[in-house]
Design a protein around this ligand. Structure first.
Ligand code: ATP
Length: 601
């Protein structure tokens, strides 16, 4: 999307409001520029001693009428633009959120939440301000400029005097061209610093417990202070430039006024122009200063907003990494067998498709492979167990099965169909995935469990809670299933959170269920009960269980052992414990641990 993208779409919807507002601004200013004319005529009549009491009252009413009309028309025009500006925020925050939902796992792995919040808050607001203020003030200032100059030319003031008075104003475009880009650059730096601060604040709040338990408040305070200092320094640099710019424009206006006073005064003394013309001239030149100041302000704000607009457009131009084919197919639910053929994967993006130099190419060749040449068949309705050291690629394999990252073509098949040819919604709706760190939303327990099926019967929610062995805990909470979690409610323990998340996965009764180390935080007895319930519920359905404890995998139809992204052992529990290797080592260590634990107690 080009940099006009956001703005063009917005004006397409709101142009009428802006047209009305500009017309109203025009009318308001046409009325406003009558002010010097009325005063000029008043002065002439006063000097010629032709002024009567009725004349004074009439001039008073005329000025009052001018003031009221200007206020009402200008006020409505301003309201319209401000109102529409708020609509800009609403429209684009929704649009950004929609776009965020489309972005890939890789994008989120590389961008902190704080940074993304900054787009929502700071950048959208900066653009909105520039649109609202920009349009209001530009419309107002342009109309006032045009009408003031027209009135000046139509007045009795000689043309050469008008031309001499406005010479200093001709310097304005030169200054705009010089300072404008500097303001934009400095603004971009401020937005980046704000973004860094939001990201840092988000991280600091998320890690506040670690900070406190390690008693490193002062270090974190200093670290956060640095981000705030950066903002201050950059903002000061921006403010210095903006102020210089904004002060220069009225200064040039004042120069015009000085020329009008000195030269106009001289011509009045000489009798070349009347006193009324002199008053009108000085008032008109004074009147020119307001629109000039407004235009200076607009240019300032617009330059700042351009920096934000560029950031927003760059974000909106961020492409979806996972793309669904036009003729994508449904997941073959009648055959949920899974086949992995020579699957290798690295998180580092493929540089080969882009123009790269030799050094980068050799780096691409040496990419760290999270998975290497995985070949595996999981017949429909069976249970696969996966075990392996930390960082061996277990979660990566699951993310590829969900197509959160794109696997290479012809490497993952569901029922004989390449995963890349399947509809994303069909794939993900039919897979229940219980991740390691079961994130729960700040809503009720019921809504967390029934996350994918909001209108499901309460009995099913209860059944899922019982199967995941969280039911008894829930019944102890004051509002049971209606208990609110998170910020506004209670905090669950790690084990309770994990089991609630497990219930959320189990209630889906999906053709494929993946448990990614989902029972690690429960004791062995509860683990055995959960696995028993799971085996009953999942009979005839494909299930993948990743675990660090051998005990969780004993019943699996087949088990694979991953090490550094490769399958190093494969078979049933009974076979693997007979073989020399990682599985037996883990088994023996864990059995010994259990025996020691039992003896000690
Ligand atoms: N988003 C990512 N970007 C880059 N590298 C990643 C990313 N996620 C994981 N990795 C790397 O890929 C490798 C495999 O990670 P993975 O999370 O699949 O391991 P795992 O077996 O699930 O580990 P654990 O048991 O500790 O959860 C590791 O070397 C890890 O550092």
């Amino acid at each position: 999307m080009d940099s006009q993208g956001i703005i063009a779409q917005f004006f397409k919807k709101t142009w009428l409001a802006y047209v009305i507002s500009i017309v109203l601004h025009g009318l308001a200013n046409l009325v406003h520029v009558q002010f010097p004319r009325v005063l000029g005529e008043f002065t002439d009549q006063l000097q010629l001693k032709q002024l009567t009491w009725e004349g004074i009252v009439q001039a008073g009413w005329a000025l009052l009428l001018i003031g009221v009309c200007f206020t009402v028309l200008g006020g409505i025009a301003q309201y319209l633009v401000m109102y529409t500006g708020r609509y800009f925020e609403f429209m684009n925050r929704r649009r950004l959120y929609h776009h965020f939902l489309d972005l890939s796992e890789r994008f989120y792995a590389n961008h902190g939440v704080g940074k993304l919040l900054s787009y929502f808050m700071n950048d959208v607001t900066a653009v909105r301000e520039s649109i609202s203020q920009g349009i209001n003030q530009t419309a107002n200032a342009t109309m006032l400029l045009i009408s003031t100059i027209t009135m000046l030319l139509m007045s009795n003031v000689p043309l050469y005097l008008v031309m001499i008075c406005i010479v200093p104003l001709l310097l304005i475009p030169v200054i705009v061209v010089w300072i404008g880009p500097i303001i934009k650059r400095r603004s971009m730096k401020v937005q980046e610093a704000l973004s860094a601060m939001t990201a840092s604040a988000e991280e600091q709040f998320a890690g506040i417990r670690v900070t406190k338990t390690f008693a490193v408040e002062s270090i974190m305070n200093e670290r956060f202070g640095e981000t705030v200092d950066t903002i201050r320094n950059r903002q000061l640099r921006l403010v210095r430039m903006s102020s210089l710019f904004q002060a220069t424009i009225p200064f040039l206006g004042s120069l015009s006024l000085i020329v009008a006073m000195v030269y106009g005064g001289y011509l009045t003394l000489q009798g070349t122009i009347t006193l009324g013309s002199f008053v009108a001239l000085t008032l008109y030149v004074r009147m020119l200063m307001t629109p000039l100041q407004q235009l200076g302000n607009v240019i300032n704000v617009v330059q700042r907003a351009r920096a934000s607009l560029e950031r927003l457009n760059a974000l909106l131009a961020e492409k979806k990494e996972i793309v669904q084919l036009e003729d994508a197919k449904e997941l073959p639910l009648d055959n949920m067998s899974i086949e992995l053929r020579g699957l290798s994967f690295s998180y580092e993006e493929l540089a080969a498709e882009e123009e790269v130099n030799d050094e980068e190419r050799s780096y691409a060749g040496n990419r760290h492979m999270a998975l290497r040449n995985i070949a595996l068949s999981i017949p429909a309705g069976t249970t696969l167990g996966i075990i392996g050291r930390t960082g061996s690629g277990k979660t990566t394999l699951m993310k590829l099965l969900l197509r959160l990252y794109d696997p290479p073509p012809n490497t993952i098949f569901y029922g004989g169909q390449d995963i890349r040819e399947l509809k994303l919604s069909s794939l993900r709706e039919n897979i229940g995935y219980v991740p390691q760190d079961g994130f729960l939303f700040s809503t009720t327990i019921r809504e967390n469990i029934a996350f994918s099926k909001r209108d499901i019967e309460q009995e099913e929610v209860i059944e899922a809670a019982k199967q995941a062995k969280i039911y008894d805990n829930i019944m102890e909470f004051p509002k049971r299933f209606d208990t609110t979690l998170g910020e506004r409610g209670i905090t669950l323990s790690g084990g309770q959170r994990q089991r609630t998340s497990l219930a959320r996965g189990m209630i889906k009764k999906a053709p494929l269920l993946i448990l990614d180390d989902s029972v690690s935080a429960v004791d062995s007895i509860t683990e055995a009960e959960i696995l028993h319930n799971l085996a009953k519920q999942r009979k005839g359905r494909t299930t993948i269980i990743i675990a660090n404890r051998v005990s969780a995998l004993k019943q699996a139809d087949q088990i694979i052992v991953l090490d550094q992204g490769t399958i190093v052992q494969q078979g049933k529990h009974e076979q693997l414990v007979q073989q020399e290797g990682l599985y037996r080592t883990l088994y023996e260590l864990q059995e010994e641990g259990t025996r020691n634990g039992t003896r000690d107690s």
